[in-house]
Ligand binder design. Structure first.
Ligand SMILES: [Zn+2]
Length: 185
């Protein structure tokens, strides 16, 4: 696809010359904010491909509150996936936040308790369980920050958060096994 964009100084920009801009530092002559906007608009919010032209507005969670946000997608498939995930976020965001807060609270309380009781084995057990729980929360609710979604696209962001979740679950299990070794050997 061959596209022409208009920058703030009314220059027409040929998309095929974009790569040369950076090489030749012509980039500096144009309004950087405008260029960023053009780049963001052209990327698919789901799969991160260029030239996304389907515009959709979703009432969704943006990290702090719910509001109407404009997205661009490259296909009907990406549009459906984005809408489904947006619905999933809206439905589960309160559970996600409360689960994270509960796990952090348990970690803080158990740390205070462990300092008082001076029992390293119990500390390992509780921390392992909490880390595994935190991992399962991330795996079940793979909600990345808006910045991450913008940078990598939603599909890759979900993949990243699910892998972090899986990593935490494995760390928690290994911690639990360490506790068993402490107990029986
Ligand atoms: Zn896409």
């Amino acid at each position: 696809m061959h596209l022409m964009y208009i920058c703030n100084d009314n220059n027409l920009i040929d998309e095929s010359k974009w790569s040369n801009w950076f090489d030749n530092s012509i980039f500096c002559h144009y309004n950087i904010g405008m260029i960023k906007q053009v780049f963001n608009m052209s990327k698919c919010s789901y799969c991160n491909k260029r030239d996304a032209e389907i515009k959709i507005i979703l009432d969704t969670w943006n990290g702090t509150n719910r509001k109407k946000i404009t997205y661009f997608v490259c296909s009907d498939e990406c549009k459906t996936q984005l809408e489904l995930f947006s619905g999933y976020v809206n439905k589960h965001v309160n559970k996600f936040i409360s689960s994270i807060l509960i796990v952090i609270l348990v970690l803080i309380i158990s740390l205070c308790l462990m300092v008082y009781l001076n029992n390293i084995r119990l500390l390992i057990l509780i921390y392992s369980v909490c880390i595994a729980l935190m991992g399962s929360v991330f795996y079940r609710y793979p909600f990345a920050t808006p910045e991450t979604c913008q940078k990598y696209g939603l599909r890759k962001s979900i993949y990243i958060i699910k892998n972090i979740g899986m990593g935490l679950i494995i760390t928690g299990i290994l911690g639990g096994l360490t506790f068993l070794l402490y107990c029986f050997f």
